[in-house]
Design a protein around this ligand. Structure first.
Ligand code: NAP
Length: 491
C-alpha cells in the first residue's frame, strides 16, 4: 500500500503516521550527506480524518498570516519553498525539502512551537511525499477529501492559497505550480464528473444536523439565530430558506454585511442584532449557528448558563451548531443543562449516510486525478534539466571569456573599441550557435513522456561529458548557503 492509501485506510485514533510507512523521522537523523538527486515535495498536516477540532484549531493559521508562515518555513535550513492550507477541516503545510528527513523534522518542530508538543502531534500528523503529496492535494482540491464530498468551498480555499502567495518569496515554482495544477484538477473534476451534483457544503450539513436534532413536527417553528454574516453565515441562511424558514436573526459586528444579505435574500426576514446583543439574542433562540472568524470563544458556560430554558416543543434543549475553526462555542457549554453543542467534527453524522454513492463518485474523479498527477510529475521532472542548462551555459561562457581576454592581451592596445566589440560578438555568436542544439535537447515542458525521458537522458549525458556537478551537490550548496545565512541572521 502506498503512504496515501495507508493514510486513507487509517482513522484518527491510529498511531503515528510517521512510523507506519517505515520513516521514523525522530530516529533517522544520522544521514550525513545529501545523497538524493532531487528535493522532495512533502505535506505534513492534520485534518478532519486524523485529528479532532480541538487540536486543529490550535494550529490554525489565519489567511493574513500565511505569507509570514511561508517566510518562517523557508527560513528553516532544509526548506526551500512552502505553502499553508489552513481551513476548518485541515491544517496542512506543503514544502519543498532539500533533505527529506531533516526538512520533516524542522517543519514538525516549527509546528510544535505553535502550541502542541511534537510527541502529541506525532500521533495525529500525517506525512506524504512527492507523488503521494501531489495526489493528496489534487484530491483535496477536487473535494474528495472533504467531509462533504465535492463541496465547492475547498476549491475557493486552494485558489486563495495561490492568490495570497503571489509575490511571496518562498511560494516558489514547484509549490505554486502544484497549487495551480490543483485548481485545474478541482475544476476538471467538478465539470467532468457528477461529484458536485447535489453536493452540499459544511453549512448545509449544519442546517441538516439542526433539522435532525429537532423534533420532527417542530423543526420549521424553531427560532433560528446565525452569528456571523460572512461566507458561511450567508450559506447557512440560504439553506435555512431551502428548508422553509422565513425568519432569522443575524448577529454580526457590522451591519453592512447583514444589509447586503437582506438585499440578496428576499425570501426570508432577516433581523440584525449587533454583537453586543449576542447573548440577549441567544436567549430568544432555540438553535444558534456560529460562523465567525473570532479567535476567541463567543459562548462559554458562564454566559450560556443564565439563558432561559427553551420550549419542550423544540426538544427542550438549546442547540449550538458551531462551524467555526477556531471554535466559537466552548466545549464546556455542553455541561450546561438543556444545552447541546455540535462542532464541525459532529457533521460527520450527517454525511456518513450514502457511503456507496460517495465511493462511486470518488472513483470517477480518481481517473482524472491520476492523469493530472502524471502530468504534474512530468512537468516537475522537466525542471530537473534547469541546473544543467545553467551550468553548461556558465561553463561555455567562462571558456569564451578566458579565451577572449587571452586574445585581447596579445594585441595590447592595438585593437580599437570597434574591433574588440566585433571579436566579442563573434565569440558570442559561435558559442550561442554551438549551444543551440544541446539547449534544444534539454528543454521540454513534460507534456510528452517520451520526449521527457529523452530529455533526461540527454541531461545525464551532458552532465557526464562536461563533468557538470550532480544535483546532490547542488542541494548541498543550497543547504550550506541557507545555514550560513541563518547563522549571520542570529549573530
Ligand atoms: N469558508 C469555508 O469554507 C468554511 C467552511 C467551514 C467553516 N468555516 C469557518 O467558518 C468561520 C467563518 O468563515 P467564513 O468563511 O464565513 O469567514 P468570512 O467570510 O471571512 O466572515 C467572517 C465573519 O466573522 C466575523 N468576525 C470576524 N472576526 C470576528 C470577531 N473577532 N468577533 C466576532 N465576529 C468576527 C465577521 O464579521 P464582520 O462582518 O463584522 O467583519 C464575519 O461575519 C471560520 O471560523 C471558518 O474557519 C469556513
Amino acid at each position: 500500500m502506498s503512504a496515501l492509501e495507508q493514510l486513507k485506510a487509517s482513522s484518527a485514533d491510529s498511531k503515528s503516521f510517521f512510523l507506519f510507512w517505515g520513516v521514523n523521522i525522530f530516529d533517522d537523523m544520522s544521514l550525513s550527506g545529501y545523497t538524493k538527486e532531487k528535493s522532495s515535495i512533502v505535506v505534513l498536516g492534520l485534518n478532519i480524518h486524523t485529528a479532532p477540532v480541538e487540536m486543529r484549531e490550535k494550529l490554525a493559521i489565519p489567511e493574513a498570516e500565511w505569507p509570514r508562515a511561508i517566510g518562517e518555513l523557508c527560513g528553516l535550513n532544509h526548506i526551500e519553498e512552502a505553502a499553508v492550507l489552513s481551513t476548518c477541516n485541515r491544517m496542512e503545510i506543503y514544502v519543498v525539502a532539500l533533505s527529506f528527513h531533516r526538512g520533516v523534522r524542522e517543519v514538525t518542530e516549527w509546528m510544535a512551537k505553535r502550541g502542541i508538543p511534537a510527541s502529541d502531534l506525532a500521533s495525529h500528523l500525517f506525512l506524504l511525499r512527492d507523488s503521494d503529496a501531489t495526489q493528496h492535494l489534487f484530491e483535496v482540491s477536487a473535494g474528495l477529501d472533504s467531509l462533504v464530498l465535492g463541496e465547492g468551498q475547498i476549491l475557493s480555499q486552494v485558489k486563495q492559497v495561490v492568490k495570497s502567495g503571489e509575490g511571496v518569496t518562498g511560494f516558489g515554482r514547484n509549490i505554486s505550480g502544484m497549487f495551480k495544477h490543483a485548481i485545474t484538477v478541482g475544476k476538471r473534476v467538478r465539470t467532468e464528473t457528477n461529484i458536485a451534483a447535489g453536493a452540499v457544503s459544511v453549512s448545509s450539513a449544519a442546517v441538516e444536523l439542526a433539522v435532525m436534532k429537532l423534533p420532527e413536527h417542530s423543526s420549521d417553528s424553531a427560532r433560528m439565530i446565525v452569528i456571523g454574516a460572512g461566507k458561511m453565515g450567508k450559506l447557512v441562511i440560504k439553506h435555512l430558506i431551502a428548508k422553509g424558514w422565513t425568519k432569522v436573526v443575524v448577529v454580526n459586528r457590522s451591519e453592512e454585511r447583514v444589509d447586503a444579505l437582506r438585499e440578496e435574500m428576499k425570501d426570508i426576514e432577516i433581523i440584525y442584532r449587533p454583537l453586543t446583543e449576542m447573548v440577549a439574542s441567544a436567549a430568544e433562540a432555540d438553535v444558534i449557528f456560529t460562523s465567525t472568524a473570532s479567535e476567541t470563544l463567543l459562548f462559554t458556560k458562564e454566559n450560556v448558563e443564565p439563558l432561559p430554558p427553551v420550549s419542550s416543543m423544540v426538544g427542550g434543549s438549546r442547540l449550538f451548531i458551531d462551524i467555526s475553526v477556531p471554535r466559537n462555542v466552548g466545549a464546556c457549554v455542553s455541561d450546561v443543562e438543556h444545552a447541546r453543542v455540535f462542532n464541525v467534527d459532529d457533521l460527520k453524522e450527517v454525511v456518513a449516510a450514502n457511503k456507496e454513492d460517495r465511493h462511486r463518485k470518488a472513483m470517477e474523479a480518481q481517473v482524472i486525478i491520476a492523469e493530472e498527477s502524471k502530468q504534474f510529475g512530468a512537468w516537475r521532472d522537466s525542471l530537473e534539466t534547469v541546473p544543467t542548462i545553467k551550468k553548461l551555459r556558465a561553463l561555455v561562457d567562462g571558456i569564451r571569456i578566458t579565451e577572449l581576454e587571452r586574445c585581447f592581451s596579445k594585441f595590447g592596445d592595438d585593437l580599437s573599441k570597434k574591433e574588440k566589440k566585433a571579436i566579442e560578438d563573434l565569440s558570442r555568436g559561435i558559442t550561442n550557435k554551438l549551444l543551440h542544439g544541446p539547449m534544444q535537447h534539454l528543454r521540454c515542458d513534460g507534456s510528452d513522456s517520451r520526449t521527457l525521458s529523452d530529455t533526461l537522458e540527454n541531461m545525464h549525458a551532458l552532465n557526464r561529458m562536461f563533468s557538470l556537478e550532480t544535483d546532490a551537490s547542488v542541494l548541498g550548496q543550497k543547504v550550506r548557503a541557507k545555514v550560513e545565512q541563518s547563522r549571520r541572521e542570529t549573530q
